[in-house]
Design a protein around this ligand. Structure first.
Ligand code: ARG
Length: 462
């Protein structure tokens, strides 16, 4: 059967061009599993409702299973000139089983069919991504366990600020990934409604049962309104947004890894697997993998904006513009899956240079705030005055070429006699880190608490 869309009014050349513009099979063939799954459920429902005969149903079921196997085995390549995956599979079915195949499209349209296939794809991948996020969180927790006492300079404005521990830094990313996970799961729940049976836009006069198909396909229930359903791509926009936000987090981490692996910092060494050499400079080791993760964030953001733009002017219900919904989603999903797997490996295998991080903690008077806090808490000096006294102490340290944590009691008292004996110990960077014991703070005890809470949460999601 010819699937060309040519008409007597257009020339062969333009008809080929038209097909190239119109046909989605070259990319929507990726949905063959969902298309066959959806058709099997639809045919089952049609036969349950007495809309098609049992014999026809059995032929359809058998035919669809065979087509599925042919595709899986690589015997049926889906490279014909069919307009899309729906026409290709229906055509193949009819070639195989004759008239029964022509009954499959009763009480449905490609509009609800594509809405179903695409939603099944999005739902499935939403949960695959969510699972990979959980695995990444576990890896962050694992690295955190190994680094609960590893000091590094916490920064604001990329300037040394206060000493924190590396586990705490890892837990910051784990917390972002937890939110990402929750975002995917909540999108899954919100969109877990079945589009099939909406037909072109208005429902159908056939006595269908949408609950049967919804249940068979794993949806909570059928969608409420058919006009909305066939024009809705919010589920696709949600996965795109969720991926963009997640990749933005991955990109920020990548940026830190790139900076940390530079010779100026040297805080981490990426495994050789995650770095490459230069073609001309033999000494180089470049952080290509985090650079690529950072770079890929650009394309997923583009995919989100592209679909938002496609959808913004569309009248109800289906418009062919909506065929533009798929490639961006396929691309973002592929990018997300790959990125999460690579990231996990990279974090797991990177070498943490505790020595370098420790050296960096001696730059920038990281424990200065602790002196001010001491003057407020123990001496009763108003914070603003304490702040200025501390500034003067920092000047003394600078004059001596020392870090504030290296000053003696005499040095400190030369600025203000009220500074007591215990202060020298307080200004030690580790003591400073451990002093931050407020909830959610960086002290080892509080960091461990965060790790425990998150571990329990991960277990509750399994
Ligand atoms: N290939 C189309 C798409 O991806 C399927 C739906 C076609 N429906 C229509 N009324 N032309 O959107």
């Amino acid at each position: 059967m010819s699937k060309k869309i040519a008409s007597a009014r257009i020339s062969e050349t333009s008809s080929q061009l038209l097909q190239e513009l119109n046909n989605s099979l070259p990319f929507d063939k990726l949905l063959y599993r969902e298309d066959i799954e959806g058709s099997r459920a639809h045919a089952f429902m049609l036969s349950e409702q007495g809309i098609i005969s049992k014999e026809d149903y059995e032929k359809i079921e058998q035919g669809l299973v065979e087509i599925y196997e042919e595709i899986e085995r690589g015997e049926y390549l889906l490279d014909g000139d069919d307009e899309d995956i729906h026409m290709a599979i229906e055509g193949r079915l009819t070639d195989k089983i004759g008239d029964a195949g022509k009954r499959l499209h009763t009480a449905r349209s490609r509009n609800d069919q594509v809405a179903l296939d695409f939603r099944l794809y999005v739902q499935k991948n939403t949960m695959v991504i969510a699972d990979l996020l959980l695995k990444n969180i576990e890896t962050f927790i694992k690295v955190a366990h190994q680094n609960i006492d590893t000091l590094l300079p916490g920064m604001t404005h990329l300037q040394h600020a206060q000493p924190i521990n590396f586990a705490y830094h890892m837990m910051a990313y784990a917390s972002m990934f937890k939110r990402d996970y929750e975002r995917f799961v909540s999108s899954y729940e919100r969109n877990n409604y079945s589009p099939i049976g909406c037909a072109a836009l208005a429902g159908t006069p056939h006595p269908i049962n949408r609950k049967t198909t919804a249940e068979r396909l794993g949806f909570k229930e059928p969608t409420l309104n058919c006009l909305d359903t066939v024009s809705d791509r919010d589920f696709a926009l949600e996965i795109l947004f969720n991926i963009s936000t997640m990749m933005m987090h991955i990109s920020r981490l990548s940026e830190e890894l790139i900076i940390w692996s530079s010779s100026e910092f040297g805080f981490v060494q990426l495994s050789d697997k995650h770095a490459t050499g230069s073609s001309i400079m033999p000494q180089k080791k470049n952080p290509d993998i985090p650079e690529l993760l950072r770079g890929k964030t650009g394309r997923v953001n583009g995919n989100l904006i592209a679909l938002l733009t496609v959808m913004k002017g569309l009248t109800l219900a289906y418009n062919k513009d909506m065929q533009e919904d798929k490639e961006g989603v396929f691309d973002s999903v592929k990018t997300a899956l790959l990125s999460l797997q690579v990231l996990r490996e990279m974090i797991d295998e990177m070498k943490i240079r505790e020595d370098k991080m420790g050296e960096a903690c001696m730059i920038g008077h990281l424990s200065a705030t602790d002196l001010a806090d001491y003057l407020v808490k123990e001496v009763g000096i108003p914070f603003r005055d304490a702040y200025h006294i501390t500034g003067n102490v920092v000047n003394v340290a600078e004059d001596k070429g020392l870090d504030i944590s290296e000053l003696t009691l005499d040095d400190l008292q030369s600025v203000d006699e009220r500074i007591g004996e215990g202060v020298v110990a307080l200004l030690d960077n580790r003591a400073s880190m451990n002093a931050r014991q407020s909830e959610g703070g960086t002290s080892s005890v509080r960091t461990l608490e965060q790790m425990e809470r998150l571990t329990q949460w991960v277990e509750s999601q399994r």
